[in-house]
Unconditional design. Structure first.
Length: 150
């Protein structure tokens, strides 16, 4: 597993270490049954302006968001280990952690797990999909020592 960690923060936001992010990614891959698969992904930690710009461009939604997932789609004839990119807005994660009365690192862990599951094809648009994804998130986070995020 290769995690390309990019941080373009100008603020003093509390962010996890590379080791923490890699542990959360690894736990998610294992929990989703992808432990044996070699993967590469990028985790980019950004300011609200970049998050808002990407959110508007790709989701047609206004304002910054906690995590955006951009799965990489391999051409049919090419087998690459690229999973995709996560873009996480540090200040949104901090604000949401405070609003939800949990630690910043617990919310960071949740956002990384949530984002990686999206890269693996999980979604939460339909109620059945949501239940499956949330159940897996809860299980993975419990294995990491975090409480149910919901």
């Amino acid at each position: 597993m290769v995690v390309d960690l990019q941080s373009v923060l100008e603020s003093r936001a509390e962010i996890p270490s590379r080791e923490e992010i890699e542990a959360w990614v690894r736990a998610t891959l294992e929990g989703a049954g992808y432990a044996q698969r070699e993967v590469e992904l990028t985790v980019r930690i950004v300011e609200p302006e970049e998050s808002a710009r990407l959110n508007q461009t790709y989701r047609h939604k206004t304002g910054p968001t906690n995590v955006l997932s951009f799965p990489f789609e391999n051409p049919p004839s090419v087998a690459l280990p690229l999973l995709g990119d996560l873009v996480i807005c540090a200040s949104v994660v901090e604000q949401q952690a405070a609003q939800q009365h949990k630690t910043v690192m617990a919310h960071w862990a949740h956002m990384v797990v949530h984002g990686v599951l999206h890269l693996l094809g999980y979604d939460h648009v339909e109620p059945q999909q949501m239940e499956k994804m949330e159940t897996l998130e809860i299980s993975i986070l419990a294995g990491l020592g975090y409480d149910n995020p919901y």
